[in-house]
Design a protein around this ligand. Structure first.
Ligand code: NAP
Ligand code: GDD
Length: 357
């Protein structure tokens, strides 16, 4: 992987991805490279190198990292002016909902204002570019109808979701005010073996794998009743790309149309390692016990949130009808894929976070 200059406009299609070191950024970079793009990934300086998800792209001549930060408008203007991307995917964010309650200002700055800064850079230097904003089903928050569609009203329930609401409307506003091709993908939860370990699915898949290999006894979770519409990240980045290839700019829900509880995710994950669970007790006393009588899952109120999003379920009909997009990986396949990858890692045979995941 090289860090470098070079406006590549006029040659092959050029894309800029913020958040390229994250789960979605890594899958999207792979997709765009496979489609022949020159890909620039915005990465920020950290004291430890955080490129594990994209290290396998090192040496790919059409992939470059560029230095920048969503909290630093000047860096974004510099990168956009130099790279002159035809497509901009804004995936960068402080994306962990629970932490947003602890760092609301930083989350607002990066996740909310960061989008505006990038839109402004696009308007100034590449007004004809196509802009994708990573909007979220968290916008629906305290849901008023189910399933949620593009016309369901928002009710954000966290500093993260409030920041995403700002970014959503900034994107819409640049479309309406300046005629820019700027769109929101309202993506429901999507996971993969590359998912950050703090998110509940990966926390469970990793714990199950470590229990299977004797490295861990049990896992403590928060709200087991929370329900999410979980899909596979590799499927969802394809929807992002399709949105920027559409005839006209619009906002799209991306979801599977199935909702499952955290408890159900645990059921499948522990069944996968041959330790099916039965549930005993209720509330904070509830435990998931395996056939040998060992407690594998318990509840710890530390993982509760000041305001919870209890249940999300998306209706992606518009994406299906207008973009021809639909998910390929089922919930069961997703859980198995994640547990199997974590089993490989727990046994010391894993391929890391990038290639193969
Ligand atoms: P992720 O794994 O947490 O990745 C977030 C990315 O943002 C990382 O590359 C991170 O860089 C980068 N970032 C953080 N702060 C930054 C800053 N100040 N300047 C520049 N980059 C910064 O998230 P993800 O799951 O891939 O999600 C991608 C996007 O989709 C996010 O905007 C998220 O909010 C949104 N979204 C995700 C889901 C989901 O279920 N995954 C659903 C709806 C929407 P570092 O590696 O340096 O931290
Ligand atoms: N993280 C976590 N850890 N969540 C837990 C736990 C736990 O130990 N126990 C229960 N949960 C519940 C949370 O309270 C929440 O209701 C649900 O599991 C999912 O939590 P996360 O996996 O942290 O994801 P999220 O839904 O809050 O946010 C993710 O999806 C959004 C899209 O709806 C993130 O990727 C966001 O960036 C994204 O916008």
């Amino acid at each position: 992987m090289t860090s470098g200059d070079g406006a590549a406009a006029g040659r092959e299609k050029v894309a800029l991805i913020t958040g390229v070191t994250g789960q979605d950024g890594s899958y999207l970079a792979e997709l765009l490279l496979a489609e022949g793009y020159q890909v620039y990934g915005l990465a920020r300086r950290t004291s430890l190198q955080g490129t594990a998800r994209i290290d396998h792209l090192a040496g790919e001549p059409r992939f470059r990292l560029v230095e920048g930060d969503l909290a630093d408008g000047g860096s974004l203007h510099g990168v956009v002016a130099r790279v002159k991307p035809q497509e901009i995917y804004n995936l960068g964010a402080q994306s962990y909902v629970k932490v947003s309650f602890d760092t609301p200002e930083m989350t607002g700055d990066v996740t909310g204002l960061g989008c505006l800064r990038l839109l402004e850079a696009a308007r100034r230097f590449v007004p004809g570019s196509r802009f994708y904003q990573a909007s979220s089903s968290e916008l629906y928050g305290k849901v008023v109808e189910s399933p949620q569609t593009e016309s369901t009203p928002f009710h954000p329930r966290s500093p993260y979701a409030v920041a995403k609401a700002y970014a959503f409307y900034a994107t819409l506003n640049y479309r309406e005010s300046y005629g820019m091709f700027a769109v929101n993908g309202i993506l429901f939860n999507h996971e993969s073996p590359r998912r950050g370990e703090e998110f509940v699915t990966r926390k469970i898949s990793k714990a199950a794998a470590r229990v299977a290999t004797g490295l861990q006894e049990q896992v403590s979770l928060g709200n087991l009743d929370a329900r999410r519409d979980w899909g596979f990240a590799g499927d969802y980045v394809e929807a992002m790309w399709r949105m920027l290839r559409a005839d006209r700019p619009d906002d799209y829900v991306v979801a599977t149309g199935e909702s499952h509880s955290v408890r159900e995710f645990c059921d499948l994950a522990f069944a996968r390692i041959g330790k099916p669970l039965r549930w005993q007790g209720s509330g904070v006393e509830e435990v998931g016990v395996d056939e040998g009588g060992s407690v594998r899952v318990r509840v710890d109120p530390e993982y509760f949130r000041p305001a919870e999003v209890e249940s999300l379920l998306g209706d992606a009909s518009r994406a299906r009808d207008e973009l021809g997009w639909q998910p390929k990986v089922s919930f069961e396949q997703l859980v198995e894929m994640m547990v199997d990858a974590d089993l490989e890692r727990a046994r010391g045979r894993g391929q890391g976070l990038g290639a193969g995941g």
